[in-house]
Ligand binder design. Sequence first.
Ligand code: SF4
Ligand code: SF4
Length: 318
Amino acid sequence: MAALPQHQDPTLLEADRVLEREENAHASRPYLGMSGLGEDCERKLWYGFRWVQRVTFSAETHKKFIDGHRTEDLLMQRIRRVPGIEIHTVDPETGKQFEVTDFGGHLKGHLDGAAYRLLQAPKIWHVAEVKASEKMADLNKAVVVLGEKTALRQWNFTYYVQAVLYMNYTGMERHWLVCGTPGGREWTGVRTEADPAEAIRQKAKAHRVIFSQHPLERISDNPEFYKCRWCSFRGVCHDGTLPESNCRTCLHVTPTEAGEWHCARWGKVLTVEEQRAGCQAHLYIPSLVPGEQIDASPEGEWVEYRMRDGSTWRDGAQ
Ligand code: SF4
Ligand code: SF4
């Protein structure tokens, strides 16, 4: 049977376009997030940290994100109603979410909370994390089949890395992840132990991402590899798209140990706003240009490339 044609309501289509426009206008994060560090393509992490391309999503995906945040708030409210349990979602010193940082602030994470007096382990503090996921049933299965200690790692390595780092940076030795289906009708919880060895591995990875002056290794050189096919950076990585022009793609900039971005061209530390704007003296990091460098003039401040299609392109002053 032929598929029924989709009914399209013009008002709702416009509402979707507005949602996309507004949500996609949010600027890229200025730091490397612990919540995404478990990603196994280091080049992808580097591209994100260097703002090579603004990541945008469809209205459908944004609706999922919004749904997820609402569900997470709802789950937290329900947990709070358990008599005797202690949950802190705000750092009393700052009045904001608990924040953990490293490398001068280039690496950051934000905890959903800290929990005490869980019924299953009342004497120990836990990092508390709440997620909404359509794969909640798989987590439940992993707990039953593999046991609670390894379930999170097997179910979602990115969430596991986030858990391990939050425990490491806060000094709490247990993590409690509560996962609910979107809408919150079903849920499950999993406790995870600290893993100092994995934390060290992930910190070393963060160091590579933050301080490398060039794109890190690709997970695959094949653009048809399943992860590359859906990657937001595929254009820059495989297809020869020139990255965006801002300070983070400029060869004059260096991230410092103090968490700053220093421009050698102007001899100063750049604010985040300055980094987003860039300047007329911008020159691409050569390994970001899809071509081969054939000439350069330090005095003239330009670099010339033979591009993949054989044309010549001059970056910088004309
Ligand atoms: S396209 Fe593939 S190799 Fe390139 S950044 Fe994305 S996942 Fe990594
Ligand atoms: S030269 Fe301009 S674009 Fe490059 S890092 Fe300095 S301020 Fe940014």
